[in-house]
Design a protein. Structure first.
Length: 119
């Protein structure tokens, strides 16, 4: 998966944008966490292109696994999902609850995500 390290306001975060590789397994989640550890960075921004359809289907367990691992490794993550059609059903309920916390939130644009991530 392609990513870049973004430096802003004396903080850094890892940003994943690539459509070529998507989060479709627990190993992909571990690879993302590995990139955070490699760069000693506890902030992560994920664009909707990196999420496979399995991520939005809670029955696969992929979203829950990812959220739990991010919390375990103390990584604060912002997801940018502009397409509201993807945030529906059980996944939408999970997003609603996650957005109340401080570990993982979903935003519609980069500016909002970055402001929260670096606050």
């Amino acid at each position: 998966m392609d990513y870049r390290v973004v430096k802003k306001n004396d903080k850094r975060y890892i940003e994943y944008i690539s459509k070529e590789m998507q989060i479709s397994s627990e190993q992909d989640v571990l690879d993302i966490i590995g990139s955070c550890m490699e760069h000693r960075c506890n902030y992560l921004m994920l664009h909707d292109e990196v999420f496979s359809e399995d991520f939005f289907n809670l029955r696969t367990g992929l979203a829950g696994t990812m959220l739990q691992k991010l919390i375990n490794y103390n990584i604060r993550a912002a997801a940018i999902i502009a397409n509201e059609e993807k945030i529906k059903g059980r996944f939408g309920e999970m997003v609603f609850e996650a957005n109340k916390g401080n570990d993982f939130r979903v935003f519609k644009n980069v500016t909002e995500a970055e402001n929260w991530l670096l606050s």
